[in-house]
Design a protein around this ligand. Structure first.
Ligand SMILES: Cc1cc2nc3c(=O)[nH]c(=O)nc-3n(C[C@H](O)[C@H](O)[C@H](O)COP(=O)(O)O)c2cc1C
Length: 415
C-alpha cells in the first residue's frame, strides 16, 4: 500500500518544496537550535525554557512511568543490519498515505497542550508540518480552533477526536472538521478514564490553567516563557482556553468541572460509535490506541482506513506494552488491509526505520516536535523534523535501503 515517490530527493534534508530545512530556521532561533544536535538536546533546551509544571506535564508519563521508559527500551532491543554493496546514492524517504504524498514517513501526533509550550503553538506546529511536507493532527483539547488551523496555508490537516458521552457535542466537532476541509479523522480510544499523573498535582499544574502560588513561583523563574508565551497571550486577549470544549468543561477527557455540560465522560465508547463515525465521515478514518490484533482486525472490518498502535506516549495505562512490541503480530493480522501507524517513544530516525521494517507505513511524532516547538516555535518544530529526517536517511544508507519500499523485516534483527 505504501509506494515510494517517483523522484529521489538526494541525501540532503529537504522540504517538499525542495528547500533545505536548515535554511528555514529564522536567524534569531538558529543559535539555540544550532546547539541541538538531536531530539535529546531539544528536550533539554525545552526543559530549561519551560516552567517545571508545563515541562513535566508534556514530558512525563503516568504512575511509575513503566510505559514511558518501556517504549524506549523496546526500540533499543531491536537491532538493525547493514545491507552491503547496494547503491544508495539516491535515497528517498518520500512516501504516500491515503493516496497523498508525504516527504517522510511521519506525521505530527495530536498533542493537546501545544499552545501552552509556545504562543499559538498549534498554529506554529501546523505551519512547520506544512513546510516539511508531513501531515499535522489537531487535538480535541487544543487551544486553537479547527477553523484557525484550516486557515494555515498548505499542508495536510487531520483532526483527532475524543468522543464525549454527550455525543452531539462530538459530532458537532466532526462536522466542523469536515466543513473546514480537514483530510482525515483520528478517533482516540485509549482514554476511557483519566490517567494518574501525580507530578501534576505536586506541581499544582492543570489544564485549563488555574493560577496558584506554586505555579506562579514556577513561572517567575522562567522569564522567557513568561514573556514569550504567558504575557503575549495576556496582551492578546488573555490566557488561552480549550477551543473545542463547551464552556465550563475541564480539559480532562473524562472530568466535567462545570454544571453547564451534563457529562463529558467518554468511557462508554464502543464499536457502535465507530460505525456511526464511519457513516458520518467519508474521508480517511483512523483508530488511535490499538494494542490487540483482534481490535485491529475489527477496525479493518468496520471500514476504518488506519489504526495507530500507541500507548499515548506512556501517558495513560502504565505498564502498557510498547507499540513496537506488538507491531509484528498486528501487521501479520491486518497488514495490506489497512494502514498501520505507530507512535510512542520515537526519538531517532533509526526508530522510524525499525517501525517501517516491522510493518508500519509511518510513525507519529508527539514529544519530539513539542520539544522543538518549546524552544523556537515553528523553526524549532522544523528542526526536530529535520533531525529525524537526517537520521532516517542515514539509517537507510547503512541498511541498504534506497526507498521506503526497500525497508523490510530483514532490515531488523530481534531476539
Ligand atoms: C502533551 C501531550 C498531549 C497529548 N494530547 C493528546 C490528545 O489530546 N489526544 C491524543 O489522542 N493523544 C494525545 N497525546 C498522545 C500523542 O498523540 C502521542 O500518542 C504520543 O505523544 C506519542 O508518543 P511520543 O510523545 O513518545 O512521540 C498527547 C501527548 C502529549 C505528550
Amino acid at each position: 500500500m505504501t509506494t515510494p515517490a517517483a523522484t529521489a530527493t538526494g541525501p540532503a534534508a529537504r522540504t517538499d518544496e525542495g528547500a533545505p530545512l536548515s535554511a528555514l530556521a529564522p536567524t534569531a532561533a538558529a543559535g539555540a537550535l544550532g546547539e541541538c544536535l538531536n531530539i535529546a538536546d531539544l528536550r533539554e533546551a525545552a526543559r530549561r525554557r519551560l516552567p517545571r509544571g508545563v515541562f513535566e506535564f508534556f514530558d512525563r508519563g503516568s504512575e511509575d512511568e513503566a510505559s514511558l521508559h518501556g517504549n524506549r527500551e523496546a526500540f533499543r532491543k531491536i537491532k538493525l543490519r547493514n545491507r552491503v554493496l547496494v547503491d544508495v546514492s539516491r535515497r528517498t524517504q518520500a512516501t504516500t498515505l491515503f493516496g497523498k504524498p508525504m516527504s517522510m514517513p511521519l506525521a505530527i501526533a495530536p498533542t493537546g497542550v501545544a499552545g501552552v509550550c509556545w504562543y499559538e503553538g498549534e498554529v506554529e506546529l501546523a505551519r512547520a508540518a506544512a513546510r516539511a511536507g508531513v501531515p499535522f493532527t489537531l487535538a480535541t483539547p487544543s487551544v486553537t480552533s479547527i477553523e484557525k488551523i484550516a486557515a494555515v496555508e498548505g499542508g495536510r490537516k487531520w483532526f483527532q477526536l475524543y468522543m464525549w458521552r454527550e455525543r452531539e457535542l462530538s459530532y458537532d466537532l466532526v462536522r466542523r472538521a469536515k466543513d473546514a476541509g480537514f483530510e482525515a479523522l483520528m478517533l482516540t480510544v485509549d482514554t476511557a478514564v483519566p490517567p494518574i499523573r501525580e507530578y501534576n498535582r505536586r506541581n499544582a499544574f492543570s489544564v485549563p490553567f488555574q493560577p496558584n502560588p506554586r505555579i506562579l513561583a514556577d513561572i517567575a523563574m522562567h522569564p522567557r516563557w513568561l514573556l514569550g508565551v504567558a504575557l503575549r497571550y495576556y496582551m492578546n486577549g488573555g490566557l488561552p482556553t480549550l477551543a473545542h470544549y463547551p464552556k465550563g468543561a475541564s480539559g480532562r477527557t473524562a472530568a466535567p468541572r462545570g454544571v453547564s455540560v451534563p457529562n463529558l465522560r467518554g468511557d462508554d465508547l464502543t464499536w457502535d460509535d465507530v460505525k456511526r463515525l464511519r457513516d458520518m465521515w467519508k474521508g480517511p478514518l483512523m483508530i488511535k490506541g490499538v494494542h490487540l490484533a483482534e481490535d485491529a482486525a475489527r477496525a479493518a472490518a468496520e471500514g476504518c482506513d488506519a489504526i495507530v498502535i500507541s500507548n499515548h506516549g506512556g501517558r495513560n495505562l502504565d505498564s502498557a506494552v510498547a507499540p513496537i512490541q506488538v507491531l509484528p503480530e498486528i501487521a501479520a493480522e491486518v497488514g495490506g488491509k489497512i494502514e498501520i501507524l505507530l507512535d510512542s517513544g520515537v526519538r531517532r530516525g533509526g526508530d522510524v526505520v525499525k517501525a517501517l521494517a516491522l510493518g508500519a507505513t509511518a510513525v507519529l511524532s508527539g514529544r519530539p516536535t513539542l520539544y522543538g516547538l518549546s524552544v523556537a516555535g515553528e523553526a524549532g518544530a522544523l528542526h526536530a523534523l529535520s533531525l529525524l529526517r537526517k537520521e532516517i536517511e542515514t539509517t537507510m544508507g547503512f541498511t541498504g535501503c534506497a526507498s521506503v519500499a526497500d525497508i523490510s523485516p530483514r532490515t531488523v534483527w530481534m531476539e
